[in-house]
Design a protein around this ligand. Structure first.
Ligand code: SF4
Length: 176
């Protein structure tokens, strides 16, 4: 028994389904299982103020947990390699269509926070690669979506990760 309101949970689950569909992702076809994970995300939203991964131990500080806010930084790699994310909330098309079964998914998150930081791609130095851009380029750490604009998008249009999941990928002429 949790204190998550059933109508809030139903609305949130529909939102996850819609966002997955819009972004080309798939929720676990076991809707009861996926709903339990959705409920755990809402519990973590209440507890921490953000949707920490239900299957991982959160620190409780957004900065430290940034890589495991759902959808986590590891989702797409796990989907590609194992057919499901670590919690199996998101699955590959084959698994969603029950043509394949997802196996066990090893933890990809480095245990040491310093090693997590090393996973970030290094931004190009000014003057290398595409130099002279009119705008800085922001990269979504979750799905790799790139946006050239003064500030990162509020929400990634592909995977719906929030603004603070974007990192500066290439400095541009208008970087403040
Ligand atoms: S994408 Fe999957 S593994 Fe990653 S935080 Fe969400 S539920 Fe957990």
């Amino acid at each position: 028994m949790t204190d998550i309101d059933k109508s809030r949970l139903a609305g949130f689950y529909r939102q996850l389904q819609r966002q997955a569909q819009d972004g080309g992702y798939f929720l676990n076809p076991d809707s009861g299982f996926a709903m339990e994970l959705a409920e755990s995300l809402l519990i973590n939203q209440n507890r921490y103020g953000y949707q920490a991964c239900p299957c991982r131990l959160a620190d409780g500080e957004r900065e430290l947990d940034q890589d495991i806010i759902c959808p986590c930084d590891y989702r797409d790699e796990d989907l590609g390699e194992y057919g499901a994310c670590y919690c199996a909330l998101y699955v590959s098309k084959e698994v969603a269509e029950r043509k394949k079964q997802a196996g066990s998914i090893p933890e990809r998150r480095p245990p040491d926070p310093a090693d997590r930081a090393k996973r970030k791609p290094v931004p190009s130095a000014p003057g290398t690669g595409l130099s002279g851009l009119a705008y800085p380029v922001w990269r979504c750490r979750v799905c790799g979506y790139l946006a050239a604009r003064d500030t990162p998008p509020g929400v990634c249009p592909v995977c719906h990760a929030e603004k603070d999941r974007f990192e500066l990928f290439m400095p541009g002429g208008n970087t403040r």
